[in-house]
Design a protein around this ligand. Sequence first.
Ligand SMILES: *Cc1c(COP(=O)(O)O)cnc(C)c1O
Length: 387
Amino acid sequence: MFNPDTVTRFQSIETPFYYYDMGVLRQTLEACQAASAKYGFHVHYAMKANFNPKVLDIIQSFGFGADCVSGNEVKAAIEHGFGKQNVVFAGVGKSDKEINLALDADIFCFNVESVQELHIINDLAKAKNKTAKVAIRINPNVDAHTHHFITTGLDENKFGINTWQLHDVAEALRACPNLQFLGIHFHIGSQITDMEVYKSLCTRINEMQDWFEDHGFQVKVLNAGGGLGVDYHNPDTNTISDFESYFKVFKDFLNVKPGQEVHFELGRALVAQSASLISRVLYVKNGQKKNFLILDAGMTELIRPMLYQAYHVIENLSQESGARNQDLKYDVVGPICESTDCFRKDVDLPLSFRGDVIAVRTAGAYGEVMASGYNLRDRVQSVYSAL
Ligand SMILES: *Cc1c(COP(=O)(O)O)cnc(C)c1O
Protein backbone atom coordinates (compact mmCIF):
# COMPACT_ATOMS: atom_id res chain seq x y z
CA MET A 1 0.00 0.00 0.00
CA PHE A 2 1.40 3.40 -0.93
CA ASN A 3 0.39 6.54 0.91
CA PRO A 4 -0.88 9.43 -1.22
CA ASP A 5 2.35 11.42 -0.79
CA THR A 6 4.35 8.55 -2.18
CA VAL A 7 2.03 8.22 -5.16
CA THR A 8 2.35 11.97 -5.78
CA ARG A 9 6.12 11.59 -5.58
CA PHE A 10 6.04 8.83 -8.19
CA GLN A 11 4.23 11.14 -10.59
CA SER A 12 7.28 13.35 -11.00
CA ILE A 13 9.81 10.54 -11.46
CA GLU A 14 10.74 9.01 -14.76
CA THR A 15 9.64 5.39 -15.00
CA PRO A 16 10.46 2.53 -14.79
CA PHE A 17 12.16 2.30 -11.42
CA TYR A 18 12.35 0.12 -8.36
CA TYR A 19 10.90 1.74 -5.29
CA TYR A 20 12.40 0.54 -2.02
CA ASP A 21 10.44 0.90 1.18
CA MET A 22 13.24 1.00 3.72
CA GLY A 23 10.77 0.79 6.61
CA VAL A 24 9.47 -2.56 5.38
CA LEU A 25 13.03 -3.74 4.86
CA ARG A 26 14.02 -2.81 8.41
CA GLN A 27 10.91 -4.35 9.98
CA THR A 28 11.54 -7.58 8.11
CA LEU A 29 15.19 -7.72 9.17
CA GLU A 30 14.21 -6.99 12.76
CA ALA A 31 11.65 -9.78 12.77
CA CYS A 32 14.12 -12.28 11.34
CA GLN A 33 16.84 -11.25 13.71
CA ALA A 34 14.61 -11.49 16.78
CA ALA A 35 13.28 -14.91 15.77
CA SER A 36 16.70 -16.40 15.00
CA ALA A 37 18.49 -14.88 18.00
CA LYS A 38 16.06 -16.64 20.31
CA TYR A 39 17.76 -19.93 19.47
CA GLY A 40 21.27 -18.63 18.77
CA PHE A 41 20.94 -19.38 15.06
CA HIS A 42 23.23 -17.66 12.53
CA VAL A 43 21.64 -16.11 9.44
CA HIS A 44 23.55 -15.34 6.28
CA TYR A 45 21.85 -13.13 3.76
CA ALA A 46 21.78 -14.74 0.30
CA MET A 47 23.12 -11.79 -1.65
CA LYS A 48 21.96 -12.96 -5.02
CA ALA A 49 18.39 -12.04 -4.09
CA ASN A 50 19.30 -8.35 -4.10
CA PHE A 51 22.72 -6.71 -4.09
CA ASN A 52 21.57 -3.11 -4.37
CA PRO A 53 24.29 -1.27 -2.38
CA LYS A 54 21.83 0.58 -0.10
CA VAL A 55 20.00 -2.66 0.66
CA LEU A 56 23.27 -4.45 1.39
CA ASP A 57 24.39 -1.71 3.76
CA ILE A 58 21.21 -1.97 5.80
CA ILE A 59 21.31 -5.76 5.95
CA GLN A 60 24.95 -5.65 6.99
CA SER A 61 24.13 -3.15 9.72
CA PHE A 62 21.77 -5.72 11.28
CA GLY A 63 24.67 -8.11 11.73
CA PHE A 64 23.73 -10.77 9.19
CA GLY A 65 26.46 -12.78 7.45
CA ALA A 66 26.63 -13.13 3.67
CA ASP A 67 25.91 -16.13 1.48
CA CYS A 68 27.60 -15.68 -1.89
CA VAL A 69 27.35 -17.57 -5.15
CA SER A 70 30.12 -15.88 -7.15
CA GLY A 71 33.55 -14.41 -6.64
CA ASN A 72 32.18 -10.94 -7.25
CA GLU A 73 29.56 -11.47 -4.54
CA VAL A 74 32.32 -12.50 -2.13
CA LYS A 75 34.16 -9.32 -3.04
CA ALA A 76 31.05 -7.16 -2.67
CA ALA A 77 30.16 -8.74 0.68
CA ILE A 78 33.55 -7.87 2.08
CA GLU A 79 33.47 -4.37 0.61
CA HIS A 80 30.10 -3.80 2.28
CA GLY A 81 31.47 -4.77 5.65
CA PHE A 82 30.12 -8.30 6.08
CA GLY A 83 33.16 -9.62 7.98
CA LYS A 84 35.11 -12.33 6.13
CA GLN A 85 34.43 -14.70 9.06
CA ASN A 86 30.72 -14.39 8.13
CA VAL A 87 31.03 -15.07 4.40
CA VAL A 88 30.10 -18.43 2.88
CA PHE A 89 30.53 -19.30 -0.77
CA ALA A 90 28.23 -21.77 -2.55
CA GLY A 91 27.72 -22.52 -6.22
CA VAL A 92 27.82 -25.57 -8.44
CA GLY A 93 30.42 -24.06 -10.79
CA LYS A 94 33.02 -22.07 -8.89
CA SER A 95 35.86 -21.09 -11.24
CA ASP A 96 39.52 -21.31 -10.19
CA LYS A 97 39.65 -17.52 -10.24
CA GLU A 98 36.68 -17.30 -7.86
CA ILE A 99 38.08 -19.95 -5.52
CA ASN A 100 41.42 -18.14 -5.40
CA LEU A 101 39.69 -14.87 -4.63
CA ALA A 102 37.80 -16.48 -1.75
CA LEU A 103 40.96 -18.17 -0.46
CA ASP A 104 42.76 -14.82 -0.48
CA ALA A 105 39.82 -13.29 1.40
CA ASP A 106 39.98 -16.03 4.09
CA ILE A 107 36.23 -16.57 4.04
CA PHE A 108 34.46 -18.64 6.68
CA CYS A 109 33.48 -21.56 4.48
CA PHE A 110 33.17 -23.00 0.98
CA ASN A 111 29.95 -24.93 0.47
CA VAL A 112 31.28 -27.61 -1.85
CA GLU A 113 29.03 -29.18 -4.44
CA SER A 114 31.06 -32.09 -5.92
CA VAL A 115 33.90 -34.46 -5.09
CA GLN A 116 35.93 -32.99 -7.95
CA GLU A 117 35.50 -29.51 -6.47
CA LEU A 118 36.95 -30.74 -3.15
CA HIS A 119 40.15 -31.76 -4.94
CA ILE A 120 40.36 -28.49 -6.87
CA ILE A 121 39.92 -26.36 -3.76
CA ASN A 122 42.51 -28.49 -1.99
CA ASP A 123 45.02 -28.00 -4.84
CA LEU A 124 44.44 -24.25 -5.02
CA ALA A 125 44.68 -23.91 -1.23
CA LYS A 126 47.88 -25.93 -1.22
CA ALA A 127 49.44 -23.62 -3.82
CA LYS A 128 48.78 -20.75 -1.42
CA ASN A 129 49.88 -22.70 1.59
CA LYS A 130 46.43 -22.28 3.10
CA THR A 131 43.72 -24.46 4.56
CA ALA A 132 40.25 -24.02 3.13
CA LYS A 133 37.30 -24.59 5.39
CA VAL A 134 34.58 -26.58 3.68
CA ALA A 135 31.05 -27.75 4.23
CA ILE A 136 29.57 -30.45 2.04
CA ARG A 137 26.44 -29.43 0.19
CA ILE A 138 24.30 -32.52 0.27
CA ASN A 139 21.39 -33.06 -2.03
CA PRO A 140 18.92 -34.61 0.40
CA ASN A 141 16.27 -35.59 -2.17
CA VAL A 142 13.60 -33.65 -0.28
CA ASP A 143 10.77 -32.25 -2.39
CA ALA A 144 10.37 -28.56 -1.59
CA HIS A 145 6.77 -28.49 -2.91
CA THR A 146 7.49 -25.31 -4.74
CA HIS A 147 7.55 -24.51 -8.46
CA HIS A 148 9.74 -27.08 -10.25
CA PHE A 149 11.80 -24.26 -11.78
CA ILE A 150 13.02 -23.29 -8.30
CA THR A 151 13.45 -26.74 -6.74
CA THR A 152 17.08 -27.58 -6.02
CA GLY A 153 17.16 -30.54 -3.64
CA LEU A 154 15.97 -33.48 -5.75
CA ASP A 155 18.15 -36.19 -7.27
CA GLU A 156 17.51 -34.78 -10.74
CA ASN A 157 18.81 -31.31 -9.79
CA LYS A 158 22.37 -30.24 -10.59
CA PHE A 159 23.10 -28.94 -7.09
CA GLY A 160 24.94 -30.63 -4.26
CA ILE A 161 26.33 -34.10 -3.71
CA ASN A 162 24.01 -37.07 -3.73
CA THR A 163 23.99 -39.31 -0.69
CA TRP A 164 25.30 -42.35 -2.58
CA GLN A 165 28.52 -40.40 -3.17
CA LEU A 166 29.24 -39.74 0.49
CA HIS A 167 31.88 -42.49 0.72
CA ASP A 168 33.80 -40.72 -2.05
CA VAL A 169 33.44 -37.47 -0.11
CA ALA A 170 34.85 -39.04 3.05
CA GLU A 171 37.75 -40.47 1.06
CA ALA A 172 38.46 -37.12 -0.59
CA LEU A 173 38.34 -35.26 2.73
CA ARG A 174 40.88 -37.70 4.19
CA ALA A 175 43.09 -37.35 1.13
CA CYS A 176 43.06 -33.55 1.10
CA PRO A 177 45.32 -32.08 3.78
CA ASN A 178 44.54 -28.51 2.80
CA LEU A 179 40.84 -28.85 3.57
CA GLN A 180 39.24 -28.51 6.97
CA PHE A 181 35.84 -30.13 7.24
CA LEU A 182 33.37 -27.84 9.05
CA GLY A 183 30.01 -29.41 8.45
CA ILE A 184 27.12 -30.07 6.13
CA HIS A 185 25.04 -27.76 3.98
CA PHE A 186 21.63 -28.03 2.35
CA HIS A 187 19.49 -25.80 0.18
CA ILE A 188 16.43 -27.47 -1.26
CA GLY A 189 14.67 -24.71 -3.13
CA SER A 190 13.02 -21.34 -2.94
CA GLN A 191 9.62 -19.83 -2.13
CA ILE A 192 8.86 -22.67 0.31
CA THR A 193 5.83 -21.93 2.47
CA ASP A 194 5.00 -25.45 3.69
CA MET A 195 6.70 -25.98 7.06
CA GLU A 196 6.35 -29.77 6.67
CA VAL A 197 9.05 -29.52 4.02
CA TYR A 198 11.46 -28.14 6.59
CA LYS A 199 10.56 -30.92 9.02
CA SER A 200 11.55 -33.44 6.35
CA LEU A 201 14.74 -31.50 5.81
CA CYS A 202 15.55 -31.67 9.55
CA THR A 203 15.16 -35.45 9.47
CA ARG A 204 17.60 -35.67 6.57
CA ILE A 205 20.09 -33.31 8.23
CA ASN A 206 19.99 -35.46 11.38
CA GLU A 207 20.65 -38.62 9.35
CA MET A 208 23.48 -36.97 7.47
CA GLN A 209 25.24 -35.61 10.51
CA ASP A 210 25.06 -39.06 12.10
CA TRP A 211 26.61 -40.52 8.96
CA PHE A 212 29.54 -38.13 9.12
CA GLU A 213 30.09 -38.68 12.81
CA ASP A 214 29.92 -42.45 12.35
CA HIS A 215 32.67 -42.07 9.77
CA GLY A 216 34.95 -40.14 12.08
CA PHE A 217 34.15 -36.53 11.15
CA GLN A 218 33.19 -33.94 13.68
CA VAL A 219 30.28 -31.84 12.39
CA LYS A 220 30.54 -28.30 13.73
CA VAL A 221 28.18 -26.54 11.38
CA LEU A 222 24.70 -27.51 10.26
CA ASN A 223 23.67 -25.19 7.44
CA ALA A 224 20.02 -25.54 6.44
CA GLY A 225 20.21 -23.06 3.53
CA GLY A 226 17.33 -20.73 2.75
CA GLY A 227 14.16 -20.83 0.74
CA LEU A 228 11.56 -19.43 3.11
CA GLY A 229 8.77 -18.00 0.97
CA VAL A 230 6.80 -14.76 1.01
CA ASP A 231 3.14 -14.03 0.31
CA TYR A 232 3.11 -12.73 -3.25
CA HIS A 233 -0.70 -12.51 -3.17
CA ASN A 234 -1.06 -10.36 -0.03
CA PRO A 235 1.86 -7.96 0.23
CA ASP A 236 -0.06 -5.50 2.43
CA THR A 237 -1.78 -7.85 4.86
CA ASN A 238 0.98 -10.45 5.15
CA THR A 239 4.13 -8.42 4.65
CA ILE A 240 6.57 -10.26 6.87
CA SER A 241 7.24 -13.98 6.53
CA ASP A 242 6.61 -16.19 9.52
CA PHE A 243 10.19 -16.34 10.78
CA GLU A 244 8.97 -17.50 14.20
CA SER A 245 7.43 -20.71 12.86
CA TYR A 246 10.30 -21.27 10.46
CA PHE A 247 13.05 -21.19 13.06
CA LYS A 248 10.91 -23.08 15.57
CA VAL A 249 10.73 -26.06 13.21
CA PHE A 250 14.52 -26.28 13.32
CA LYS A 251 14.57 -25.74 17.07
CA ASP A 252 12.09 -28.59 17.52
CA PHE A 253 13.25 -31.08 14.91
CA LEU A 254 16.96 -30.56 14.39
CA ASN A 255 19.22 -32.62 16.59
CA VAL A 256 21.70 -29.93 17.63
CA LYS A 257 24.64 -31.26 19.61
CA PRO A 258 26.68 -29.28 22.12
CA GLY A 259 29.10 -26.91 20.43
CA GLN A 260 27.34 -27.11 17.08
CA GLU A 261 26.32 -24.00 15.15
CA VAL A 262 23.15 -23.82 13.09
CA HIS A 263 23.30 -21.61 10.01
CA PHE A 264 20.71 -20.37 7.56
CA GLU A 265 20.89 -18.56 4.23
CA LEU A 266 17.79 -16.48 3.64
CA GLY A 267 17.40 -14.32 0.56
CA ARG A 268 13.88 -13.79 -0.68
CA ALA A 269 12.17 -13.65 2.73
CA LEU A 270 14.41 -10.75 3.81
CA VAL A 271 13.96 -8.46 0.82
CA ALA A 272 11.04 -9.42 -1.45
CA GLN A 273 8.34 -7.24 0.11
CA SER A 274 10.54 -4.17 0.40
CA ALA A 275 10.37 -3.18 -3.27
CA SER A 276 7.90 -2.63 -6.07
CA LEU A 277 8.58 -2.05 -9.72
CA ILE A 278 6.95 1.24 -10.68
CA SER A 279 6.02 1.75 -14.32
CA ARG A 280 3.70 3.76 -16.55
CA VAL A 281 1.14 2.70 -19.10
CA LEU A 282 2.46 3.63 -22.52
CA TYR A 283 -0.45 2.37 -24.58
CA VAL A 284 -3.83 0.76 -24.11
CA LYS A 285 -4.82 -1.68 -26.80
CA ASN A 286 -8.41 -2.80 -26.81
CA GLY A 287 -8.96 -5.87 -28.91
CA GLN A 288 -11.92 -8.12 -29.61
CA LYS A 289 -10.59 -10.88 -27.39
CA LYS A 290 -8.05 -9.11 -25.25
CA ASN A 291 -7.24 -5.76 -23.76
CA PHE A 292 -3.58 -5.00 -23.37
CA LEU A 293 -1.85 -2.55 -21.07
CA ILE A 294 1.56 -1.91 -22.55
CA LEU A 295 3.93 -0.73 -19.84
CA ASP A 296 7.28 0.99 -20.04
CA ALA A 297 8.74 -1.85 -17.96
CA GLY A 298 9.13 -5.42 -19.09
CA MET A 299 11.21 -8.54 -18.69
CA THR A 300 14.35 -6.41 -18.82
CA GLU A 301 13.36 -4.88 -15.46
CA LEU A 302 11.57 -7.83 -13.80
CA ILE A 303 11.89 -11.25 -15.42
CA ARG A 304 10.35 -13.44 -12.70
CA PRO A 305 6.92 -13.84 -14.36
CA MET A 306 8.54 -14.76 -17.67
CA LEU A 307 11.28 -16.96 -16.17
CA TYR A 308 9.41 -18.85 -13.48
CA GLN A 309 5.73 -18.16 -14.18
CA ALA A 310 5.80 -16.12 -10.98
CA TYR A 311 2.78 -14.23 -9.68
CA HIS A 312 2.96 -10.55 -8.66
CA VAL A 313 0.15 -8.28 -7.52
CA ILE A 314 -0.32 -5.51 -10.08
CA GLU A 315 -1.98 -2.23 -9.11
CA ASN A 316 -2.99 0.90 -10.98
CA LEU A 317 -1.97 3.66 -8.55
CA SER A 318 -3.47 6.45 -10.66
CA GLN A 319 -7.01 5.09 -10.77
CA GLU A 320 -7.47 3.29 -7.50
CA SER A 321 -8.33 6.22 -5.30
CA GLY A 322 -10.79 7.58 -7.85
CA ALA A 323 -14.23 6.21 -8.62
CA ARG A 324 -13.91 2.68 -9.83
CA ASN A 325 -16.43 3.09 -12.58
CA GLN A 326 -15.48 0.05 -14.52
CA ASP A 327 -13.23 -2.93 -13.98
CA LEU A 328 -11.66 -4.60 -16.96
CA LYS A 329 -9.38 -7.52 -17.57
CA TYR A 330 -6.07 -6.61 -19.07
CA ASP A 331 -3.06 -8.56 -20.19
CA VAL A 332 -0.29 -6.48 -18.63
CA VAL A 333 2.69 -6.64 -20.94
CA GLY A 334 6.09 -5.01 -21.46
CA PRO A 335 7.61 -3.30 -24.48
CA ILE A 336 10.23 -5.96 -25.24
CA CYS A 337 10.17 -7.76 -28.56
CA GLU A 338 9.31 -11.18 -27.13
CA SER A 339 5.85 -12.72 -26.80
CA THR A 340 6.75 -13.99 -23.33
CA ASP A 341 7.20 -10.38 -22.18
CA CYS A 342 3.97 -10.44 -20.21
CA PHE A 343 3.62 -9.76 -16.45
CA ARG A 344 0.26 -11.44 -16.18
CA LYS A 345 -2.81 -12.22 -18.25
CA ASP A 346 -6.40 -11.24 -17.40
CA VAL A 347 -5.53 -8.90 -14.54
CA ASP A 348 -8.58 -7.22 -12.97
CA LEU A 349 -7.88 -3.50 -13.02
CA PRO A 350 -9.88 -0.29 -13.10
CA LEU A 351 -10.34 1.29 -16.51
CA SER A 352 -6.79 2.41 -17.30
CA PHE A 353 -5.25 5.11 -19.42
CA ARG A 354 -1.97 6.15 -20.99
CA GLY A 355 0.23 7.67 -18.31
CA ASP A 356 -1.27 5.77 -15.37
CA VAL A 357 1.28 4.68 -12.77
CA ILE A 358 1.40 0.91 -12.28
CA ALA A 359 3.00 -0.91 -9.36
CA VAL A 360 4.21 -4.49 -9.60
CA ARG A 361 4.48 -5.54 -5.98
CA THR A 362 6.82 -7.83 -4.04
CA ALA A 363 9.66 -7.22 -6.47
CA GLY A 364 12.52 -6.84 -3.99
CA ALA A 365 13.95 -10.34 -4.48
CA TYR A 366 15.32 -11.56 -7.81
CA GLY A 367 14.06 -8.35 -9.40
CA GLU A 368 16.56 -5.55 -9.88
CA VAL A 369 19.44 -8.06 -9.76
CA MET A 370 18.13 -9.87 -12.82
CA ALA A 371 17.61 -6.71 -14.88
CA SER A 372 19.26 -6.88 -18.27
CA GLY A 373 20.17 -4.59 -21.12
CA TYR A 374 18.33 -6.65 -23.75
CA ASN A 375 16.99 -4.42 -26.55
CA LEU A 376 19.70 -1.97 -25.42
CA ARG A 377 17.39 -0.78 -22.65
CA ASP A 378 18.41 1.80 -20.07
CA ARG A 379 19.51 0.37 -16.74
CA VAL A 380 16.53 0.41 -14.37
CA GLN A 381 16.76 3.11 -11.69
CA SER A 382 16.14 2.84 -7.95
CA VAL A 383 14.24 5.20 -5.67
CA TYR A 384 14.14 4.92 -1.90
CA SER A 385 11.74 5.87 0.84
CA ALA A 386 13.09 8.26 3.42
CA LEU A 387 13.46 5.86 6.34
C1 LIG B 1 19.62 -18.77 -3.63
C2 LIG B 1 20.21 -19.46 -2.48
C3 LIG B 1 19.75 -19.18 -1.20
C4 LIG B 1 18.60 -18.24 -0.89
O1 LIG B 1 17.40 -18.70 -1.37
P1 LIG B 1 16.05 -17.88 -1.01
O2 LIG B 1 14.99 -18.71 -1.60
O3 LIG B 1 16.16 -16.55 -1.65
O4 LIG B 1 15.97 -17.81 0.48
C5 LIG B 1 20.38 -19.81 -0.14
N1 LIG B 1 21.40 -20.67 -0.34
C6 LIG B 1 21.87 -20.95 -1.56
C7 LIG B 1 23.01 -21.88 -1.71
C8 LIG B 1 21.30 -20.37 -2.67
O5 LIG B 1 21.75 -20.65 -3.88
